[in-house]
Write a protein that binds this ligand. Structure first.
Ligand code: UT7
Length: 349
């Protein structure tokens, strides 16, 4: 007797951006108070970024993840109690431990039990069973975090370890920015994006590939740590932008081609490229290498900035809700970032 193949498929997407939106001009005015010069012109020309959102002082990564997850669950027609796995990709967790995913699980349970509003989203359906008890853990792969988390969830579903996973990327990078360093603080923003990934008899995720090369740790890092109640080292983000740029451009087209080959597909089969939203020049450069037209790239970097692990699910949700991406289309999701890490997931929506 042969058992039927189990696939995993995205059945709902959601996202959340904090309400505090800063334009390049707002940021330039803030830096000018410390005698640091930057301009809308420089930021737009070098990165494509025009705005970013910063979380309120009392909002943590799990707080941003909560409305993104509620929205994804509603899109999938699910409630919290249907979820049997939570993976949260973040480099800006609520605490050192427990994981942001565990904290999020509790907040999701409370939301569905209390039927309160979250970020303007009304509770849709009462919980029939509790979300408490399902496995919940964080994945730390910086800007590649979401493709790492999605790949792990896919593997757990395909091997029977879960049937309905919540995979979320959530970041509050504004907390680790050095506002005296104009080469980095203008680039990043806060936000969260989520998907519901369910077991399916039809293929959704077609192939994926993950990589890391730790020798590049110094090109993008937050080198501080906590020891004996003290912060040791610098707890703010450091980046050698040009080195990261060269590494990113080098790996993104290669990993996309490798994933296509695994799935028996070619560049022509991709309907939408959804790359990590760090810099418009890297994104369009990758599309060019893949011989894809620029209008097949989902671009949100202008309004979100670089939201690290949240950028890909934020862009995916934007593409779905704006009507650009349609069910049945083939998407290439690509992440790249600190570690150095990179990876790609090819899927049919
Ligand atoms: O999320 C992980 C992935 N991260 C990335 O993919 C980031 C990759 N790197 C980049 O996107 C780009 O390297 C940056 C956007 C960070 C920088 O762009 P660039 O074209 O590589 O600029 P640059 O570092 O070569 O700097 C050019 C000039 C310098 O001045 P000089 O030395 O030519 O006089 C910088 O001091 O621009 C200056 N500069 C700025 N000027 C105004 C650097 N930052 C700023 C700023 N405003 N914010």
């Amino acid at each position: 007797m042969t058992s039927a193949t189990i696939y995993s498929r995205i059945t709902g997407t959601g996202s959340y951006l904090p309400t505090n939106k800063l334009t390049n001009a707002d940021l330039a005015a803030r830096l000018a108070k410390d005698g640091i010069e930057t301009s809308d012109e420089w930021i737009v020309e070098r990165t494509g970024i025009r705005n970013r959102h910063f979380a309120a002082a009392d909002q943590s990564a799990s707080d941003l993840a909560l409305p993104a997850c509620v929205s994804a669950l509603q899109a999938a027609g699910k409630v919290a109690g249907d979820v049997d796995l939570i993976i949260c990709a973040t480099s800006t967790p609520d605490m050192i431990f427990p994981s942001t995913a565990a904290i999020l699980q509790h907040k999701l349970g409370q939301f569905f039990e209390k039927k309160e509003q979250v970020a303007g989203i009304n509770h849709a359906q009462a919980a029939t069973k509790s979300i408490a008890g399902c496995p919940a853990f964080d994945v730390q792969a910086v800007c590649s975090g979401f493709v790492y988390a999605l790949t792990v969830a896919d593997a757990m579903i395909k091997t029977g370890g879960a049937k309905c996973a919540l995979v979320v990327g959530s970041e509050v990078f504004s907390r680790i920015l050095d506002f005296k360093d104009r080469t980095t603080c203008v680039l990043f923003g806060d936000g969260a994006g989520a998907v519901v990934l369910e077991a399916s008899s039809e293929p959704g995720i077609l192939a994926s590939e993950l990589h890391a090369d730790g020798k590049h740790v110094g090109v993008l890092c937050v080198p501080g740590t906590v020891n004996g109640g003290q912060i040791l080292g610098d707890p703010l983000l450091k980046m050698d932008g040009q080195a990261v740029f060269k590494l990113a451009v080098g790996v993104l087209a290669d990993v996309a081609r490798s994933v296509l080959a695994k799935a028996g597909k070619t560049e022509a089969d991709i309907d939408w490229l959804i790359p990590h939203q760090a810099n418009i020049r890297i994104m369009l450069g990758t599309a060019k290498k893949l011989k894809m037209s620029e209008d097949k790239v989902i671009v949100t970097v202008a309004d979100h900035g670089n939201t690290s692990a949240a950028s890909i699910p934020l862009a995916l949700d934007h593409g779905v809700r704006s009507g650009q991406i349609e069910k049945g289309e083939t998407l290439m999701l690509e992440g790249v970032g600190g570690g150095f890490t990179w990876g790609a997931v090819l899927l049919t929506l």
